[in-house]
Ligand binder design. Structure first.
Ligand code: NAD
Length: 291
């Protein structure tokens, strides 16, 4: 099975490297030429556009910043769809809206292309280690076909349901992460103001009902070190909350907590923290409260 890879960023590059290490032949493209050169050093075939990737691949994986870019890559004037062989499977691992994926899948179907959504969780650490959680929306037969490829990239592979359901569960997950993180930041500041040590809150709340993944993953690693390099960028968390709001609008579901959390991270971005780990949101609260 020949693999194509488009989008060699923080997530895509380590995924492609793991496929190469496993012995897969990989053709790769990114608009950033340096990223292509880097993956070629690992044994990939470098391509100068998406069409060249499509022409030489049975399965094409994309890991791109947002739905607008995914749609351009798929159906733009030099889009993948027009260059794919019939029966090609495209696996989009970007975090995008279910509605965008369903739109792409509908067009793909008319061209004999199988379109799968397979967003991931686990960050760059999981991508490096090949231990990502992968949430797959696909027909059963297509899922079985691509499972061995996904098992190289991820540790927990979930077949959620038909196309679009992978994206749906990803936005539900990240909605909860965003709300939990926004809550953690304000709660910690209140605790400190009330005379508690952060270490005391960590010790007791990690065994109590207020605990969360946000606390487990972010408190010691980022907040207590006051170092927010790496991790999951606030800009990406903000984007994912936007996807949830978009899905809420489309489905007539009110999402008040999500709307509030979006504004919290908007304030972080306005403070210049968009590229830092999402937990840097605590800095906004530190500033306005002098804690
Ligand atoms: P990134 O910005 O590091 O990488 C995206 C890559 O796509 C870049 O290398 C960029 O040059 C390339 N690109 C942009 N436009 C292109 C085009 N038209 N054609 C080809 N290449 C193009 O982003 P990332 O952190 O790797 O995230 C990728 C996706 O995975 C996003 O949808 C993100 O929300 C999701 N995600 C990221 C993380 C994380 O921790 N970084 C975790 C889970 C999910």
């Amino acid at each position: 099975m020949k693999i194509g890879f488009i989008g060699l960023g923080a997530m895509g590059k380590p995924m492609a490297v793991n496929l190469l290490k496993e012995g897969y032949q990989v053709s790769a493209f990114d608009v950033n030429r340096t990223s292509v050169d880097e993956i070629v050093a690992f044994g990939a075939v470098g391509c100068s556009n998406g069409g060249a990737v499509a022409a030489s691949s049975d399965v094409i994986i994309t890991s791109l910043p947002n739905a607008g870019i995914v749609e351009t890559v798929m159906v733009g004037s030099e889009g993948l769809f027009s260059q794919c062989k019939e029966g090609t499977v495209i696996i989009d691992m970007s975090s995008v809206s279910p509605s965008s994926t369903l739109k792409m899948a509908g067009i793909a179907e008319t061209m004999g292309i199988k379109y799968v959504d397979a967003p991931v969780s686990g960050g760059t650490k999981g991508a490096d280690a090949g231990t990502l959680a992968i949430m797959v929306g696909a027909d059963e037969a297509v899922f079985e076909k691509i499972k061995p490829v996904l098992e190289v990239i991820g540790g927990d592979i979930y077949h959620v349901g038909p196309t679009g359901t992978g994206d749906a569960i990803k936005i539900v997950n990240n909605l909860m992460l965003g709300c939990n993180m926004a809550t953690l930041a304000e709660a910690l500041i209140l605790g400190v103001k009330c005379g508690l040590k952060v270490e005391t809150m960590q010790k007791i709340i990690s065994k109590s009902s207020g605990r969360s993944y946000a606390m487990e993953a972010k408190l010691e690693k980022f907040i207590m070190k006051d170092d927010f390099e790496g991790g999951f960028a606030m800009d990406l968390q903000y984007k994912d909350l936007g996807l949830a709001l978009e899905a809420g609008k489309e489905n007539n579901i009110p999402l008040p907590m999500t709307a509030l959390a979006t504004q919290v991270f908007e304030s972080g971005r306005a403070s210049g923290l968009g590229r830092e780990d999402m937990s840097a949101i605590i800095k906004v609260w530190e500033k306005i409260t002098n804690v």
